[in-house]
Design a protein around this ligand. Sequence first.
Ligand SMILES: Nc1ncnc2c1ncn2[C@@H]1O[C@H](COP(=O)(O)OP(=O)(O)OP(=O)(O)O)[C@@H](O)[C@H]1O
Ligand SMILES: [Mg+2]
Length: 172
Amino acid sequence: MTSARGKTEARVALYPGSFDPVTNGHLDIIERARSLADQLIVAVLVNDEKEPLFTARRRIAMLERLFAGCPDVEVRRFRGLLVDFARETGARMIVRGLRAVSDFEYEFQMALMNRRLAPEIETVFLMASEEYSYVSSRVVKEVARLGGDISGLVPELARKELERAIRRQSRR
Ligand SMILES: Nc1ncnc2c1ncn2[C@@H]1O[C@H](COP(=O)(O)OP(=O)(O)OP(=O)(O)O)[C@@H](O)[C@H]1O
Ligand SMILES: [Mg+2]
């Protein structure tokens, strides 16, 4: 992007989430965000208190494999305040996805709080294709645990890892 001062700066966008695991809804948002930015950082939240099914390392490894051939996509872990991490990376745009009205209230609150903390960073909301409007990591894990078919809702590598993780859990 060329700024008013005529300087060309790379537009760095940050897409934060838990990605426990990555779903096709996430991938849809990532593709849309890539078209808006020069560089997209997929930021994986290390949220130990949320007791994720996959460790941050596994969640990151899945995303890295999916975007191995894409130099404009970088996968990183973060903890703490999102705006601090955004500033650290030079991102001026935070990307979030919206599925339904139910997502809106929380996202609206977070966006305004982040704006108060970092007025120079803009939050941008994207909508995934309607075929993924009901897809969340939580629902996918629930269906997989109950033996339902989740193919088409998550990338193949996530489906395999999910089945493995659930088998491991049920043996305990
Ligand atoms: N299917 C989808 N369509 C649009 N946005 C999505 C979709 N799935 C996730 N997102 C967005 O991606 C961001 C990161 O989401 P997150 O990692 O919490 O995934 P999630 O599927 O909501 O997982 P969980 O069920 O654990 O909350 C959020 O802004 C969320 O709204
Ligand atoms: Mg969520």
